[in-house]
Ligand binder design. Structure first.
Ligand code: DNO
Length: 408
């Protein structure tokens, strides 16, 4: 059985159209109702409307199926009051449950979410020029520290970094134009597509202060509380939840990050043992930590994977990284693919209905014609098409090689 090939679509305003996505060979759409404020209920009618738009072309008579289905919601963001365990969290949790029920009624089987505090995925540079002229997303640790220490001026920030990093950060800062400083700030806290909302410097400082008394243990308990409440609803609704790892998988701004390692993932899936309490396994996020053994994680936690983000990163010794091509960089994509296909085979043998795991190529390079267009960073069509085509070929190669299956 092949994986389900999906594609992230940012909705009707995405420069990549549904028909582009179909031509790229995907059959599943991954999207969100980005217009709904964080925490509010995703109404059934709104979900039905968007699903119809994805699956049917109503501009022709009679309407024609597009050959796509809404396979995964990415993401329903979790309100900060829930993450922080504030007294009113139950109000927001009830709303979250309602959104899960509505997704279930409409027949969307997987919901992705994350547990990153304040900032979602974080990069310092959205357009790093590679040696072949392609543009990639990147996280330069020294630039990040320059922002934290010298632009944000976070109290005691220097305690979080080595002397070597602090020196490198100061050097970077001295050579930065004020325009570059502004872009850096914007990249880090103004919000990346699909992530949480953006902040001004002052807002951001206030948000950080709210976490003053929340250590990882407390933050983990808040997650436990949330999952104990929502997973039974997901089970009843036939929805599988998929938590996305921290990206990058390290603490940022002194905030607790608790979805960064295999033992973090293990802890989470043990909170409620159900396929509805599962993972969005993102090889690019987890792969930034050299100690995360990706094929091993897939082997050991495979039965809990409800969604796969396949991409690779290239690290450097100081902790910086940039997004590599999908089959290059530090992620051992070949062995990841072997492990994924073995997991699907196990599911087949145990008659699981979710044998076919939805996957998407994540964060492509900006290349060719897309260099001249306005695109969502990491989500331009041609780069993702390249990534998906490479992964599709790898899947067929591994599948036919006899390593996993005799017949494929
Ligand atoms: C970036 C994505 C994230 C992800 C959320 C999941 O490309 O992987 O925006 O969707 O963190 O909640």
């Amino acid at each position: 059985m092949r994986m389900e090939q999906t594609w992230r679509w940012y909705g009707p305003s995405d420069p990549v159209t549904l028909s582009d996505i179909r031509q790229a060979g995907a059959t599943g759409i991954v999207t969100a109702l980005h217009e709904i404020p964080i925490g509010e209920v995703w109404a059934e009618e709104a979900l039905i409307d968007r699903k119809r738009h994805i699956e049917w072309n109503d501009s022709v008579t009679p309407p024609k199926p597009r050959g796509l289905k809404w396979s995964v919601i990415e993401s329903i963001p979790v309100h900060e009051d829930i993450k922080q365990g504030k007294p009113n969290r139950d109000i927001w949790i009830e709303k979250y449950k309602e959104s899960i029920r509505n997704a279930g009624k409409v027949g969307i089987p997987v919901i992705t979410y994350n547990w990153m505090p304040v900032v979602d995925w974080t990069r310092t540079n959205l357009s790093l020029e590679l040696e072949d002229g392609a543009r990639a997303l990147a996280f330069d640790f020294a630039e990040f520290v320059a922002f934290d220490l010298l632009i944000l001026n976070r109290l005691d920030a220097e305690k979080d970094y080595s002397d070597e990093l602090i020196k490198a950060a100061k050097r970077k800062f001295e050579s930065m134009s004020s325009e570059y400083q502004y872009i850096l700030q914007k990249n880090i806290i103004a919000g990346l597509p699909g992530g949480q909302q953006g902040y001004s410097l002052d807002d951001f400082r206030n948000r950080l202060l709210e976490y003053k008394n929340i250590d990882p243990a407390k933050y983990r308990n808040n997650l436990r509380y949330f999952l104990e409440q929502i997973i039974p609803v997901a089970i009843e609704s036939g929805v599988r939840m998929a938590i996305h790892p921290d990206d990058p998988p390290i603490p940022l701004f002194g905030l607790p990050r608790i979805v960064s390692t295999e033992s973090d993932l293990q802890y989470i899936v043990n909170i409620v043992d159900s396929i509805s309490n599962g993972l969005c396994l993102c090889t690019g996020s987890l792969g930034v930590r050299p100690s995360n053994d990706l094929p091993g994680i897939i082997e050991r936690l495979g039965s809990k994977i409800n969604f796969l983000h396949l991409r690779s990163t290239q690290r450097d010794p100081l902790g910086s990284f940039h997004e590599a091509s999908h089959l290059a960089g530090d992620v051992d994509m070949f062995n990841v693919m072997v492990a994924v296909l073995k997991e699907q085979k196990r599911r087949h043998a145990t008659n699981r209905r979710d044998e076919q795991i939805p996957m998407r190529a994540d964060h492509g390079h900006t290349i060719l014609d897309d260099l001249k267009k306005k695109t969502n960073p990491g989500y331009s069509a041609i780069g993702l098409l390249r990534g998906m085509a490479e992964l599709r070929g790898l899947e067929m190669g591994v599948g036919r090689s006899g390593i996993v299956y005799r017949q494929y």
